[in-house]
Design a protein around this ligand. Structure first.
Ligand SMILES: C[S@@+](CC[C@H](N)C(=O)[O-])C[C@H]1O[C@@H](n2cnc3c(N)ncnc32)[C@H](O)[C@@H]1O
Length: 339
């Protein structure tokens, strides 16, 4: 088989890999191993699983280089497998449970039909309503979704801080993270810049469980406030707004509305920071171009180019300033100024 065929085979069977990985995470295999080696039968017994099928799953996870297999059917975590533990500081477990879990898995089958008939509504086709409406009814989905955002933020916040490494925050006192989830990004800013205070604006249900919020865990509880609200109705006044993975959830008209509310509430000279995947030019492969397809399936949104973000800012009355890129990482920060 040639290289090209091999590459296509990889694409065709890619979902087998992600679903095998998902099964390992969902069943608790990575947490069960921690830093130990265990025989397949012991893992199966610990987790209440069928021993023969467990061995085959472990062997496949070994083939994906997430586990290390010895000749006597004993397994341990590889360096990559460590990232799937719940307690890893940059754990990818939460995002696995969301993106390969049954809800998001079910969306993809609608992709060809959506592209044929031009209606971007896979979530509605599958579940009868939009994702956030669905999350309001189904607490299991809501918990997996909010948990995934929170844990993925442990990686993304570092990219945002890196992108804005050289930024002068001395003129900013109050920063509002709009749709800030459990507040990892905002609290990371507050931890790095002790003169800042912050507000996380979020849907009430996403911030109801105090134990999941980051403010106390990151030692900035006294400078961080969580505010239940609707970014389409009102936002608090602030010197800067930050939104990570927000505008990509919404179509252009909705984004202009969100940005317009912030500009109206902003103090003079305020900034808005939009942290998103940025689509690069033609023929440049990028995760953003695939994430865009996920957004097509999930809601009304999309990933955008730098020009498209500039256009959204200007339509909402902000002045585009600059796009800040991290030294490595998948998201960048587009900055706007209230003039
Ligand atoms: C894709 S998540 C991103 C969360 C967080 N910014 C992050 O990057 O981890 C989108 C967030 O927007 C919040 N959200 C959705 N609609 C909202 C609204 N109308 N007002 C405030 N927050 C909203 C959701 O609850 C969710 O936490």
């Amino acid at each position: 088989m040639g290289d090209t065929q091999g590459k296509i085979m990889d694409l065709i069977f890619g979902r087998w890999r992600s679903q095998t990985l998902y099964a390992g995470v969902k069943l608790g295999i990575f947490d069960s191993l921690q830093n130990n080696s265990k025989k397949a039968t012991v893992i199966a017994e610990d987790l209440g699983l069928d021993p023969k099928l467990t061995y085959r799953l472990l062997r496949a996870l070994g083939s994906l280089e997430l586990l290390d297999e010895s000749t006597d059917q004993t397994f341990s975590l590889t360096e990559a497998g460590q990232f799937l533990r719940t307690d890893h500081p940059e754990s990818l477990r939460g995002i696995t449970l969301l993106e390969e879990g049954p809800h998001h898995y079910a969306l993809w089958k609608h992709l060809p039909a959506m592209v044929q008939d031009g209606k971007q509504n896979a979530f509605v086709r599958e579940f009868g309503c939009s994702a956030f409406e669905y999350a309001a009814q189904d607490t299991t989905y809501a918990e997996v979704f909010d948990g995934a955002m929170s844990s993925f933020s442990m990686i993304q916040s570092a990219w945002v801080l890196d992108a804005l490494q050289a930024y002068d925050f001395s003129q900013i006192a109050h920063i509002c993270d709009v749709g800030g989830g459990h507040g990892h990004l905002l609290c990371s800013f507050l931890a790095k810049y002790p003169h800042l205070r912050g507000t996380v604006l979020e849907r009430e249900s996403a911030i109801a469980d105090y134990t999941k919020l980051w403010a106390t865990k990151l030692g900035v509880g006294e400078r961080c406030q969580y505010l239940a609200g609707d970014m389409f109705k009102a936002v608090p006044s602030a010197d800067a707004y930050i939104m990570k993975m927000i505008l990509h959830d919404w179509n252009n008209e909705e984004c202009v509305q969100i940005l317009d509310y912030q500009r109206k509430a902003a103090t003079s000279g305020s900034r808005v920071f939009i942290a998103e995947h940025i689509i690069p030019g033609p023929n440049t492969p990028h995760f953003a171009k695939l994430f865009d397809i996920h957004m097509m399936c999930w809601g009304t949104g999309q990933e955008r180019t730098q020009e498209e973000y500039k256009d959204l800012l200007e339509r909402a009355g902000w002045k585009y300033m600059k796009t800040w890129f991290p030294s490595s990482g998948l998201i960048a920060v587009v900055e706007g100024l209230k003039v």
